[in-house]
Design a protein around this ligand. Structure first.
Ligand code: ADP
Ligand code: MG
Length: 683
């Protein structure tokens, strides 16, 4: 008797070597094997007559073996095994090389089904190494699973092993709640598992698939909502009361907040004043003004007697926030500290001591702020900027620096709403769907290298008008192997010559932090006119006087990245431009350039990106800390997703923490799904 949690080695035929190979597919237990779903199926119901076969087709043929020439050894070499198969309409030769061991599997006079691709050689039909089974036999399924494989494991291995688990399937107890099954007309788990592997017909396969997709999404969605409910139930969040009026801060800003910013801030304020910890995602396109929203929330925190911290993914961005916060908070008597990997030694020691003693109310930094020795006196609010650049883990680590502090997460990667519910299922969402007034659409043009001179002439014109520009390229230095790729060093030399009279500067990741800081400071101050940079400047950088973003080898960048880069301009009231230079010939590269030229709406771009790249790559689910999906596809199954969301809501309305006895098996499954990711801590 083997159980689902037993190691795969308890399955007949799986020894140490096969076990190791299965490990590469992340298959460790019997249950993992059972959940190794086919990626496709071979439909052999449509058998073909031998007379209908032609060169190159893949087909199933049923026929009798009329002769068998045995593989024998001559001089140590094994001869191929040749079977002559007839079905009354013609003859087919089936050949197996180096397969003497197969010889005993075939008997003359018996009927077999062969499946494989056909070649026709001088009128002779042949199939080499087809799959086969004896007609009418138990393993002669009509629709056969095709599994993802890895070195050392064959399709036949996989089929045999999984088939042998058949009885295990019948021992499985249903774990989805009864109501979920009936409300959504799902089939039972046994039916589903049996038919996902060896479907008896198309209808059953569809039922099985739907059930398993639904199940996977339901486990994920319910798990995420549960984390949220549990956080809420703890009820021990920071509750800000009195004094924390954001209006004094907002009134001191040089501009009026947009409606969307105000709405978001009131959602944030409500969360902060409530006794439960805030867990809120602020989603807003590039340039929508997220920083000031974070600043206002931090102000409220400080006024209520707590400290706040903001973490940014790059040092450049962290520095920028630091400078901005210093000037925003100066008149309010709030002290702001800065911490990154380059703050070291005594400077760091003093800073940490002051932070712990309450000398700083606000800390701005990179992921250096989550280091174990960074401690706060009284941390009330944690902000992560550009969350898509961090893992969930880092967000959680940061919030553990306080006692259930409020958490604010900001991202410029706009994603379709239904997907946001999954990806950020443990968060409430605010949307800044409006840009500050007076912003003009960035004009985007794509050209091949033929248009480069013209592009530079245009850039020069913009500089003459007193504007600044970015020039971005994929490499730091030129390289012989990939001569087609522009480098920032090469461009820097070239442009220093071409743009005489203007200040050109270089910025890339291999430079010392102090040099980078200095270059950025001079660019902010307007002393530098053109910044030739790598994607280092992709996120967050805000220089309103920059009006040109010129991107070399644009084909090397993904849509989301191009959109982020373009977001570096158009941040002031002047007309801005994005020039894409690309000789990329691939259809995707062309499509990306076309999309960029046609819209600057981050949501539209995200949707296109999603459909061009598929969800796996788009989200990097793991990076988000969300469990990986085995069968569901967040794009393909978007319809099921809304049904799932509704169902998850109903389940939790009835049993908010899924603690009742009847939901125990379901809860168990949720835990199992989350066990590999950091979020499990919340369950
Ligand atoms: P992002 O959402 O991309 O992080 P930022 O917060 O960097 O955007 O804001 C972009 C620019 O817009 C900044 O220069 C900021 O000062 C400015 N800004 C923010 N809100 C407003 C507003 N309501 N009116 C005018 N300018 C604003
Ligand atoms: Mg920002």
């Amino acid at each position: 008797m083997i159980g689902l949690t037993d190691p795969v080695s308890s399955v007949k035929g799986i020894g140490a070597r096969k076990e190791a190979a299965l490990g590469k597919l992340n298959i460790k237990t019997v249950d993992d094997l059972l959940r190794h779903y086919p990626r496709d199926y071979e439909d052999r119901r449509n058998k073909r007559k031998i007379s209908e076969l032609s060169d190159g087709v893949t087909a199933a043929v049923q026929g009798e073996i009329v002769s068998k020439r045995q593989g024998f050894r001559r001089g140590g070499k094994s001869q191929p095994l040749r079977l002559l198969v007839e079905d009354g309409t013609g003859a087919l030769e089936v050949v197996f090389f180096n397969a003497a061991y197969l010889e005993r599997r075939f008997s003359e006079g018996k009927t077999y089904v062969f499946f494989g691709s056909v070649t026709k050689n001088g009128g002779k039909l042949q199939m080499t190494h087809p799959e086969f089974s004896e007609a009418g036999s138990e393993d002669c399924a009509e629709i056969l699973p095709v599994y993802p494989l890895t070195a050392g494991i064959t399709q036949n291995d996989m089929r045999k092993w999984i088939k042998s688990l058949n009885e295990k399937i019948f021992l499985l107890k249903e774990y989805l709640p009864e109501n979920s099954i009936s409300r959504n007309r799902l089939c039972g788990v046994r039916h589903a598992l049996e038919n996902i592997h060896f479907p008896r017909d198309g209808q059953r396969l569809r039922e099985a698939k739907y059930r398993l997709v639904f199940e996977e999404l339901l486990l994920l969605q319910t798990g995420l909502l549960l984390i949220k409910n549990k956080n809420a139930a703890k009820g021990e969040g920071v509750q800000l009361t009195g004094g924390g009026n954001m209006e004094d801060f907002i009134g001191g800003l040089p501009y009026k907040l947009t409606e969307a910013q105000r709405r978001t801030l009131s959602e944030i304020a409500r969360d902060m004043e409530s006794p439960r910890a805030m867990n809120r995602l602020v989603q807003g396109d590039v340039g929508s003004g997220k920083t000031v929203v974070a600043a206002a929330a931090m102000y409220k925190t400080v006024r209520s007697g707590y400290q706040a911290v903001i973490m940014a993914p790059t040092e450049i961005l962290a520095k920028q926030h630091f400078e901005e916060f210093q000037s925003l908070f100066r008149d309010h008597g709030v002290r702001v500290g800065f911490l990154s990997g380059s703050v070291k030694g005594n400077e760091r020691k003093t800073l940490l001591a002051e932070l712990e003693g309450g000398g700083f109310q606000i800390l701005v930094g990179t992921h250096a702020v989550i280091r174990p020795d960074v401690a706060f006196q009284k941390l009330g609010l944690v902000v992560t900027d550009e969350q898509h650049r961090f893992g969930v883990n880092q967000r959680i680590l940061l919030s553990q620096k306080g006692k259930s502090p409020d958490v604010l997460v900001m991202t410029a990667t706009p994603i379709p709403r239904t997907l946001a519910f999954i990806l950020y299922g443990d968060l409430d969402i605010s949307l800044i769907d409006e840009r500050p007034p007076g912003r003009r659409r960035v004009i985007t043009k794509a050209t091949d290298s033929g248009g480069r001179e013209e592009a530079y002439a245009f850039l020069k014109q913009q500089l003459r008008n007193g504007n600044q520009a970015y020039v971005v390229a994929p490499r730091i230095e030129d390289s012989e192997e990939s001569a087609e790729l522009k480098s920032v060093s090469g461009l820097y030399r070239e442009l220093t010559g071409k743009l005489s009279g203007f200040q050109v500067a270089l910025l890339h990741g291999a430079m010392k932090q102090r040099e980078k800081d200095e270059v950025m400071a001079r660019f902010y101050a307007g002393e530098i006119d053109v910044l030739v940079a790598t994607v280092l400047i992709e996120v967050g950088v805000d220089v309103p006087r920059a009006t040109v973003m010129l991107i070399e080898n644009a084909e090397r960048f993904g849509l989301a990245q191009l959109h982020q880069l373009r977001g570096r301009v158009g941040r002031g009231s002047a007309q801005s431009f994005c020039l894409l230079i690309t000789d990329g010939k691939s259809p995707e590269a062309k499509e990306r350039a076309k999309i960029m030229a046609s819209t600057d709406d981050g949501f539209v771009i995200a949707e296109k990106d999603l459909s061009l790249r598929g969800p796996g790559e788009f989200f990097g689910l793991r990076q988000h800390g969300v469990p990986q999906l085995k069968i569901a596809d967040l794009v393909k199954h978007i319809k099921a997703l809304s049904a799932v969301r509704k169902e998850a809501g109903l389940l939790l309305d009835d049993d908010a923490l899924l603690s009742s006895e009847k939901n125990r098996p379901f809860m168990e499954k949720i835990r199992q799904m989350f066990k590999a990711v950091e979020m499990k801590a919340g369950l």
